[in-house]
Design a protein around this ligand. Structure first.
Ligand SMILES: NC(=O)NC(NC(N)=O)C(=O)[O-]
Length: 325
């Protein structure tokens, strides 16, 4: 597994991604490409148009050319890698695929997109397999185009990267400085046995326990924790600690600390100062706390005691005015 798959999938439907166009989707709908979770399959489920697949599947081509689908990223950013998953497509997978990307301003229609650059060259695929392609282009992109040669089915397209928001849009507003969509990211975590800590920064509410962060039961007397790099240096006014869906496994208590990593190294424990003292939590509850300390921070550390997890962590505040380095 490449390291890039640890970064969020910025194309996910649940992060606002959309498969805005495809030249063909005769056998199976293009929207499946960015569905969360692995593709499912039930053999011998034939509809009027053929076997039912949880993926994007085009017709058998009888003329030259290739098929394509365009995805608007839910969270624009720098793409570090792409996963092309042909799960369950065995006699009908495309033998080759490539991926292009482009950066658009505003809200263009699919046929107005231009400036496409290749980020994954035409590469061989196997049937019913996960293919990971690292991407090195350092530019910020808003859309990707999956090309398959000549035709066939792809179950999922994952686009992992670092979110780069439009900073001018956020400045001066009270926003969630921890949110993935604003550029927040979990950079360290004690345990992610059941689900990813970055889930706590995802848009919207968690529909179930799996859409939050859940740790294994801790047996060593310690406690679980995570560190969030904020969207940028800023001041946090309100913290929301949401234990929704954690009914029998919510942490008993939680605390928050902050640090300004532009002024002291992250490893310097003395540079961290408390934002929220150890506070009792209830299961299945959105807790909201006004914070007293409005010092500038770049990172926040959440400690949960002893274990459990969280559905969402929101840190509402304002970005510090940007000054050139
Ligand atoms: N959805 C389909 O039925 N696809 C194909 N056929 C089967 N059996 O999967 C094919 O590519 O012809």
């Amino acid at each position: 597994m490449n390291g890039f798959t640890r970064l969020p999938d910025i194309a996910l439907r649940t992060y606002g991604g959309s498969v805005v166009a495809a030249n063909d989707e005769s056998f199976a709908e293009r929207e499946a490409l960015i569905r969360p979770g692995p593709a499912e399959f039930r053999p011998h489920t034939f509809g009027a148009k053929g076997q039912v697949y949880d993926g994007w599947e085009t017709r058998r081509r009888r003329e030259p050319g290739h098929d394509w689908a365009i995805v608007r990223l839910g969270l624009p950013g720098i793409i570090r890698g792409v996963v092309v998953d042909t799960a369950w497509f065995r006699g009908n997978y495309p033998p080759y695929a490539s991926v292009e990307a482009c950066a658009a301003e505003g809200h263009p229609a699919p046929d107005e997109l231009d400036g496409w650059v290749e980020i994954v060259p035409k590469s061989p695929l196997k049937g019913d397999a996960v293919h990971e392609f690292a991407v090195t282009d350092p530019r910020r992109f808003t859309h990707v185009r999956l090309n398959i040669f000549p035709d066939g089915g792809v179950a999922r397209l994952r686009v992992h990267g670092r979110v780069v928001p439009d900073r001018t849009f956020l400045e001066g507003l009270t926003v969630d400085l921890a949110a993935l969509e604003n550029g927040g990211l979990v950079t360290a975590c004690s345990d992610e046995f059941y689900s990813s800590p970055n889930n706590v920064l995802a848009p919207g509410l968690a529909r179930n326990q799996a859409e939050g962060w859940e740790t294994a039961r801790r047996r060593d007397g310690g406690n679980d924790w995570l560190v969030v790099a904020l969207a940028g240096p800023g001041r946090v006014a309100v913290a929301e600690l949401d234990t929704t869906n954690l009914v029998f496994n919510a942490p008993g208590w939680a605390s928050l600390k902050g640090v300004d990593a532009d002024r002291a190294p992250l490893e310097d424990e003395n540079a961290w100062f408390p934002l929220l003292p150890r506070t009792r939590l209830q299961p299945d509850t959105r807790h909201r706390f006004r914070l007293d300390d409005d010092r500038r921070i770049t990172h926040a550390r959440l400690d949960i005691h002893p274990d459990g997890g969280l559905a969402r962590l929101r840190l509402l505040g304002t970005l510090a005015p940007w000054s050139p380095p």
